[in-house]
Write a protein that binds this ligand. Sequence first.
Ligand code: AMP
Ligand code: MG
Length: 537
Amino acid sequence: MSAVHPLGTLDALQFDNSFVNTLPADQIIDTNSRPVDKACFSPVEPLPFPGAKLVAYSREMAQELGLSPLECESERFVKIFSGTELLPGMQSYASCYGGHQFGNWAGQLGDGRAINLGEVVSKKGQRWALQLKGSGPTPYSRNADGFAVLRSSVREFLCSEAMYHLRVPTTRALSLLTTGAEVERDMFYNGNPQMEPGAIVCRVAPTFIRFGNFELFTSRNQTDILRQLADYTIRYFFPHLGKPDKEVYLQWFNEVCRLTARLITEWMRVGFVHGVMNTDNMSIIGQTIDYGPYGWLEDYDPYWTPNTTDAQGRRYAFGKQPEIAHWNLSRLANAIYPLIEDVPALEQALALYEESYQIAWRDMMTSKLGLLAFDHDIDELLFQDLMRNLKNGSIDMTLFFRNLGNLDISTSNNHQSLDQFMHMLSDVSYLEKMDSQLEQSFRDWFLRYCERSKQDPRPADGRRKQMHAVNPLYVLRNYLAQEAIEAAEQGDNKLLHELHEVLKDPYTEQQGKERFTRKRPDWALNKAGCSMLSCSS
Ligand code: AMP
Ligand code: MG
């Protein structure tokens, strides 16, 4: 009989490694970069980092897994989540996938700097795959090193947890550690490599399977492995669809389309720009995955991208995300075509994506503006005009919607609220001054909005509550993440911890935390890390 371990301890974690126990494995055991054929994963061990130190952990994620705070603060926790020691029951591996990068088929990619430890099944019966990002080379590392630096790890840790608390579907982060080793990075690919502190994030998700996992096997004409992977995915993550057959594969694709539509709507709601929506960065369960050169909209601009690698084409700019998700879903449709062999049905599902996105987007905008229900005749134009004004006025998106909710527009005195509105606008604009034409356009818009809101019989408080529940006050502003990184690089994690805490309750005004609501300061406008990021991490 196995020993009984106290609740909350690492030893009490129950592993059930369905991925490695169901799917075909690479038969070669070495970490040299190479093509891996006829396999969904390669067994790989993380490198040990005896000098690792805990920087932060997520109490909420630990609790989901069944780990107590005491355990998370133990030396053993650091050993396990730096990859220095494996728990009994863990089977570590890197998974094999391909993908389209910036619109082009890139062939095999795979977990080049991520090593999976196994799947915990929690007391609630939830499956959680644990993955270390930055734990050393794998057969998929190509010409890179398999490591991650502190700056990108802080960004992933803080942002994925912030997204969870914003109610945006996302992978989670359990822990953030420094490895004690340095890593060389040429941050801007300009021939100026620097040594930076290495770090490891333990990411957590029901599964890390991406669109690119399916694409790879189809590109190699390996329909048998494609089918095994699809059957596995349906059995574990879409079990309500039942036993896989052609019809079920199709229903599954329809569901992935719906989940993706919901995901993108949520990004658009909170002003999140992923930055690298390659098909290897699209989760099959519709979660935000792979936090790299992402960014948060400051001034509302559909063309904005935080990713310097994408500065030319702006393929992954804020306003392009819905269209790119559709393109990525088309790549997935091609990949699973051999299982379905019905082009019209796949096209119909893709059309469903567009339709469900449209509906979800307008419902989302309706609630952001505190309206009770979408009125096609009025609201379509109301939304379009608002977005144009926000863009022209260089208006901070987060502060605009939040402050709009604070205005009392139920009074019959529209002029008083109009004054308040115009005053608020000048506070949240990044322009020195708006021209009179734009001011007039905002005035017109606001009066139409007041008129429209009069159809709402609720007291002002009801409208405000609705708006505040979908318009966050605290988001991980690009400059705030950068400030936390710079302090952490000097060994001071206070700001990082404070940000982590504040972002756990993003819809509630928190006393003494005004600093985290401020619009971008001038110094951050063109600073590396704040508005310019590259894929190099
Ligand atoms: P990403 O830009 O994070 O989506 O990564 C694209 C591909 O490059 C994936 O296969 C990654 O595993 C790989 N990759 C990115 N950075 C590294 C690194 N430092 N070491 C090894 N592989 C990497
Ligand atoms: Mg990736």
